[in-house]
Write a protein that binds this ligand. Structure first.
Ligand code: SF4
Length: 202
């Protein structure tokens, strides 16, 4: 006997039904992947052909959306400057769970050709949890589609997502984020943050 929602006791038949329901939900989830339209490094240039008629990711249930509030996936498409990292963290934290991160290209894995740059991060997974890494510099749309197919397989199998890791290890991620961004992690949208008051332009 197993205790389920609201203390209800499930017998074996009901347990199987639950599994079937979960399987069905996961299957539907894997076939409706909403990707927030946001590009960071040079890999972003491969995203338009992936999502438009040339490679047509929508055939596999993968579509772009304009807001993180509706998105399941964010693609970090290459190197990340500290300034962009602030925005990526903000965007990721605005997305609803279950949510996933795809790291696109060598720069997201180990810094790539920016490995010794003074203002880019080296390993994306130290700052936000990465669910799928797609190798290459820059990875072609076929590689990105393969990454989506593997991510969909994991969703179908009900495997744990990075958002759970993020919640459980929030202290670890916040410590790493603060190391490069300082105590104030949130981006400021105040004009004076950009020194506009002193005559600078964006
Ligand atoms: S992996 Fe290559 S293509 Fe992608 S952001 Fe880095 S340098 Fe640019």
């Amino acid at each position: 006997m197993e205790i389920g929602f609201h203390g209800h006791e499930f017998d074996k038949a009901e347990r199987n039904t639950q599994t079937l329901i979960e399987k069905t939900i996961n299957w539907f989830r894997s076939k409706s992947i909403f990707v927030v339209a946001y590009g960071t490094g040079c890999g972003a240039i491969e995203m338009p052909p992936t999502f438009t008629s040339r490679y047509d990711a929508e055939r596999g249930g993968v579509v772009g959306v304009a807001t993180p509030r509706q998105a399941d996936v964010i693609i970090v498409s290459g190197y990340l400057a500290y300034k962009t990292l602030r925005r990526v963290i903000r965007t990721y934290e605005q997305m609803q769970s279950p949510k996933y991160v795809i790291g696109l290209g060598s720069c997201a894995i180990n810094g790539g050709m920016y490995w010794d740059s003074y203002n880019t991060i080296k390993k994306l997974d130290d700052y936000i949890p990465v669910d799928m890494l797609v190798n290459g510099c820059m990875p072609r749309p076929e590689a990105l589609l393969e990454g989506f197919a593997k991510l969909q397989e994991r969703i179908r199998n009900g495997e744990q997502g990075g958002w759970e890791k993020y919640e459980k290890n929030l202290e670890f991620y916040k410590k790493n984020q603060k190391k490069v961004l300082g105590e104030n992690i949130d981006p400021s949208y105040e004009a004076d943050w950009y020194m506009l008051k002193q005559g600078a332009t964006l």
